[in-house]
Design a binder for this molecule. Structure first.
Ligand code: HEM
Length: 499
């Protein structure tokens, strides 16, 4: 059954329960003031107002009801934040009470919710894992020491594209970059490819794709707790298979590594897996199970987000040839004509950095961040965010707020040149990686991968659209999901560089 049918069937069958509940809530009505918002329908609340593009629909509703707005999604009271000032209230001022998460059904499979860094509540275990990510796994130092494996993966990407350029073949940039991103991550963690360019081992790619796809599918059971057991859309059942599969793949890799580490004279500090196994010697919680689940989160959180940012960046550069030329010139002057980019060169490329920031502004990959949950009643601006409410920060609309950004729909990396605004969670007009305690721990790695891939694609090839399409005719529509993807995949032909 699809989402809309489920919602309508539910509407009819639950009407009588609702009448009873209404009676009950009248008796026990809380005396707080919810933020303003559209009037909810019985049972389903405002679910039907979400439409195909919730980031757009909620931005329109915020124009009527304000930047702190309340809605009802089924049984879930949802607070939607639509201004930088209010985002600061959530991510900084009241971060302490708003840092937990609601657990979607597609996450609560194979006990993943208990081990998931992204979904476990703030707790000593979460703090320990974040500390390990920040100081060991994803720190500058450990990323510096793994840059060699990423350089090799970028060279492989360029070699593959070179083959297409020789026969004038268009490439689907999203698919190509997706594979490279998985291999960049898998080499950083396991020092090996999990996808091979000959297509023989597509299993891993399919599992990751399916996990993110199911996690992004609206699930009626998340809005009505009574349906959790029934799993009417079958999402939990399908997700269980996917998550089990990916955990099994990681278990094999961990077992293989444990066997090699038993041998004498092996380098036991080679990559992130070694780091985790070394940590496990002194810390009971970092057992095989935890390593499997942490690896799951890194792949699921890191792949679609990075891929979609890169696809949008290339799309915007093709559509804005002046920006493409400026990027090429900066690369030529700093790195040299046609030379592949190294991570050590990244800091010398302010225009490339500005392109990535402008892409993350115009197309924030996670448009509502990962939803937060209120641990207790929180007072903001005379209104109450009630305990257990879900909080969505509509980063998409904040990044297009005309009071914060001049010509917000224009792609203009120049707006970041000479500006201190960064994506590190301190400037609330630009928080694509979130902020506060739950800010994305993969920010540094994501930045490196994005700059490395984009700089290499731009400095090694010229590009044209497939089939003689003009840049101004490109479809710029987006498609809502767990990440905000380009609706029509970008297909472009790589060309030998011309001077
Ligand atoms: C362009 C790329 C990326 C973007 C835009 C992005 C964005 C985000 C956002 C918005 C959140 C939620 C923050 C919040 O609640 O305030 C998040 C959390 C997270 N991200 Fe990323 N991310 C990216 C890449 C990565 C990468 C490469 C990794 C892995 C190395 C990663 C791992 C995670 C994890 C584990 C969490 C959960 C953290 C927690 O809840 O404590 N992300 N990310």
């Amino acid at each position: 059954m699809d989402f809309v049918s489920c919602t309508l069937v539910l509407l009819l069958t639950c009407l009588s329960i609702h009448t009873f509940c209404l009676l009950l809530t009248r008796i026990t009505k809380p005396n707080y003031k919810l933020p303003p918002g559209p009037t909810p329908l019985p049972i389903i609340g405002n679910l039907l107002e979400l439409g195909q593009k919730p980031h757009n629909s909620l931005a329109k509703l915020a124009k009527i009801h304000g930047p702190l707005m309340s809605l009802k999604f089924g049984q879930i009271t949802t607070i939607v934040i639509s201004s930088a000032t209010m985002a600061k209230e959530i991510l900084l001022t009241n971060d302490k009470f708003l840092s937990n998460r609601n657990i979607p059904q597609t996450v609560s499979v194979v006990n993943h919710e208990q081990y998931s860094l992204a979904f476990m509540p703030i707790s000593p275990l979460w703090k320990e894992l974040r500390k390990i990510c920040n100081t060991q796994l994803l720190s500058h130092k450990s990323l510096d020491s793994s840059q060699d494996v990423r350089r090799k993966k970028i060279q492989q990407l360029l070699d593959d594209i070179h083959k297409s350029s020789q026969i004038g073949e268009a490439i689907d940039i999203g698919t190509t970059v997706f594979k490279t991103t998985i291999n960049l991550l898998s080499n950083t963690i396991f020092s090996m490819d999990l996808i091979h360019s000959n297509g023989a081992a597509e299993e891993f790619k399919d599992v990751v794709t399916n996990i993110t796809k199911l996690a992004g599918t609206p699930n009626v059971a998340d809005f009505f707790s009574v349906l959790k057991m029934l799993d009417p859309q079958g999402l939990k059942r399908r997700q269980t298979k996917n998550v089990r599969k990916i955990l099994d793949i990681f278990e094999d890799l961990i077992n293989q590594r444990l066997t090699t580490r038993e041998g004498a004279c092996v380098d036991t500090n080679k990559d992130m897996l070694d780091a985790m196994l070394n940590i496990s010697k002194d810390n009971e919680f970092m057992d095989k199970n935890m390593i499997q689940h942490l690896s799951h989160d890194i792949f699921v959180a890191g792949t679609d987000t990075t891929t979609s940012t890169l696809e949008w960046a290339m799309t915007e550069l093709i559509r804005n040839p002046e920006a493409m030329q400026k990027a090429k010139k900066e690369l030529e002057q700093t790195i040299g004509f046609g030379i592949p980019l190294e991570e050590s060169n990244i800091s010398k490329l302010p225009y490339l950095h500005a392109i990535i920031k402008e892409t993350l502004r115009k197309h924030p990959p996670v448009p509502f961040l990962l939803p937060r949950k209120a641990e207790s009643d929180v007072e903001i601006g005379g209104y109450t965010i009630p305990k257990d409410a879900q909080v969505l920060v509509n980063v998409w609309t904040i990044c297009r707020d005309p009071t914060l950004w001049e010509n917000p729909t224009l792609f203009s990396p120049e707006r970041f040149l000479g500006s201190d605004i960064d994506v590190k969670g301190r400037d609330f007009e630009l928080v694509p990686f979130g902020g506060g305690r739950r800010i994305c721990p993969g920010l540094q790695l994501a930045n490196r991968m994005l700059l490395l891939m984009l700089g290499s694609l731009v400095n090694s090839f010229d590009w044209k659209l497939e089939g003689g399409m003009k840049p101004e005719d490109m479809d710029m529509d987006d498609k809502f999901g767990i990440t905000l993807q380009k609706a029509q995949p970008l297909r472009i032909v790589p060309l030998k560089l011309s001077n």
